[in-house]
Design a protein around this ligand. Structure first.
Ligand code: HAM
Length: 486
């Protein structure tokens, strides 16, 4: 799904009126439209518009793709030892799944969620002048994050039935947010995350953080260059009163704060802590702090989480202004930055004890985190590291003349069946260009099959680095190659 349109489906932002949407264009959340280049290219003379990638999306291939696969492999191994199973939920969900979970007043839901309409539905909406008459199941959006969908699946598929063991799930998926594209901020990005439902104990919070930091270590981060911030957001008992205090503070300082923060006073006052305006941040630094307003149970929970982190030797900074951008959090929240990388948070998460109920399930506590592949790649690159792994060793089977084509076919087949990554020529190139091609592919060995070799049931094995060549019986080729590349 690297391209903007999914079949005959149009994608629009949360606030676009349907009449403003064209059925054949991807309308971006900031009002931009996917660009198409002129119909005839001056240089190639090619007819037809060449489709271009939508800004803020990336094609994943080569080493970059191997980096994404490495993140998944590392997650599978590490999260597996903690008892997490993989889940994949649909990329499109009912809008309500996100509205109930993430919160109606969050930026993610209000401004960034891509709405999805089929072409037929779009025509009807344009005719009707709005989406007022739509049923819940017709109101769809691309997932902006993974938690709401995984919790919806856990409830709908009864993965967290009463009294059952906790459910532990992990995912590696593309997410979609209509943000203004910039370094480390994309419209389609990739997250690896875990969701753990049914575990109220503070040990679960600590284990979540421990597994997150261990994941970063295994991906190649120096723990000393990571900053883990933690906080407690309280719960339904203590947060409403705290929210009121922050609201009162914003109203008292309204004349000094930006319009966004003033607007947040009623709908979502805690979001003002995340304001990007420097002056507002200075003012909010004097606002009441959540940690001074926790009820006894939340305070005890938070203290125990910190005890476990201390015991595990995980370094953290307490940040009572850390609020996170999603409304479902209760109690523990955490976020990780890679120092000096300039890409923002590379991962974050927290407890969401009310979310299962908000998604229609029985009260079940939950906790989890997600990390962003693109930001991790950038942050590792900033300190000279990389997620990229080398492709498996490659062998090239060269064909000296067309008469040896059949021998090349059967030899390649035998090597591949033995699990050896094998390349061959399919364009009838000269032996010299085949060697060049083998070099470009980084082949370690080249098998040469000429008339002599085929007639004598042998093969020539050429070392691509030393250029040494040996002749060996064809029957011994697979075993010899496998042994030399192992
Ligand atoms: P989040 O903090 O919104 O949390 O996203 C997690 C990570 O996804 C971020 O730390 C960042 O690395 C990456 N990310 C977010 N937005 C973008 C973007 N526009 N472009 C590139 N990368 C991005 C969540 O999504 C929660 N669901 C985490 C969670 C799981 N909480 C509990 N369970």
């Amino acid at each position: 799904m690297g391209r903007g349109l999914i079949g005959r489906v149009s994608v629009g932002c949360g606030g676009c009126p349907p009449s403003a949407l064209a059925t054949t264009s991807a309308i971006l959340a900031d009002g931009g439209v996917a660009r198409l280049s002129p119909e005839v290219d001056d240089h190639t003379g090619r007819r037809g518009a060449m489709a271009q990638r939508i800004q803020g999306t990336e094609d994943l291939y080569g080493g970059y793709m191997r980096g994404w696969q490495h993140m998944q492999d590392t997650a599978r191994e590490l999260f597996g030892t903690y008892g997490f199973d993989m889940i994949e939920t649909p990329a499109i969900e009912q809008v309500d799944t996100f509205v109930h979970g993430i919160g109606e007043s969050t930026d993610v839901v209000r401004k960034e969620m891509f709405r999805v309409f089929s072409g037929a539905l779009m025509e009807r909406l344009i005719g009707a002048g709005g989406e007022g008459g739509l049923k819940a199941k017709q109101r769809m959006a691309l997932r902006p994050e993974g938690t709401a969908g995984v919790v919806r699946a856990a409830v709908e598929d009864k993965l967290v039935s009463q009294g059952a063991a906790p459910v532990k799930l992990w995912y590696a998926e593309a997410m979609f947010r209509g943000e203004r594209p910039q370094r480390g901020r994309l419209r389609q990005f990739h997250q690896v995350g875990i969701e753990w439902m049914g575990a109220p104990d503070p040990a679960a919070d600590a284990e979540c953080v421990i597994v997150l930091m261990e994941y970063f270590r295994r991906l190649g981060f120096d723990p000393a260059r990571l900053r883990l911030r933690i906080n407690s957001m309280g719960d339904a008992t203590c947060r409403p009163a705290y929210r009121e205090k922050v609201r009162d503070f914003i109203i008292a300082h309204a004349h000094e704060l930006c319009a966004d923060c003033r607007e947040r006073a009623d709908a979502n006052p805690l979001r003002a802590f995340d304001c990007k305006v420097d002056h507002d941040r200075e003012i909010m630094a004097h606002a009441p702090l959540v940690t001074d307003h926790l009820c006894d149970t939340c305070a005890a929970h938070y203290a125990q989480v910190k005890c476990y982190l201390d015991e595990a030797g995980v370094a953290y900074v307490e940040d009572p202004t850390l609020v996170r951008g999603l409304d479902y959090y209760t109690r523990t929240v955490f976020e990780v930055d890679a120092l000096d990388s300039g890409v923002g948070a590379i991962g974050g998460g927290g407890r969401y004890d009310d979310l299962v109920e908000l998604e229609g399930g029985r009260p079940t506590p939950g906790i989890g985190f997600a990390v962003g592949f693109e930001r991790i790649s950038l942050a590792l690159a900033a300190c000279g590291g990389s997620l990229e792994t080398k492709p498996p060793v490659c062998i090239y089977v060269a064909c000296a003349a067309p008469e040896q084509r059949d021998a090349v076919f059967s030899t390649s087949l035998a090597l591949r069946r033995a699990g050896v990554r094998t390349e061959a020529d399919y364009q009838g190139r000269s032996l010299k260009s085949q060697f060049k091609q083998a070099d470009r592919l980084g082949a370690r060995l080249c098998v040469v099959l000429g008339a002599d070799e085929v007639a004598s049931g042998t093969a020539t094995l050429r070392d691509m680095q030393t250029h040494e060549q040996v002749r060996l019986p064809l029957a011994e080729l697979v075993a010899t190659v496998s042994q030399r590349i192992s």
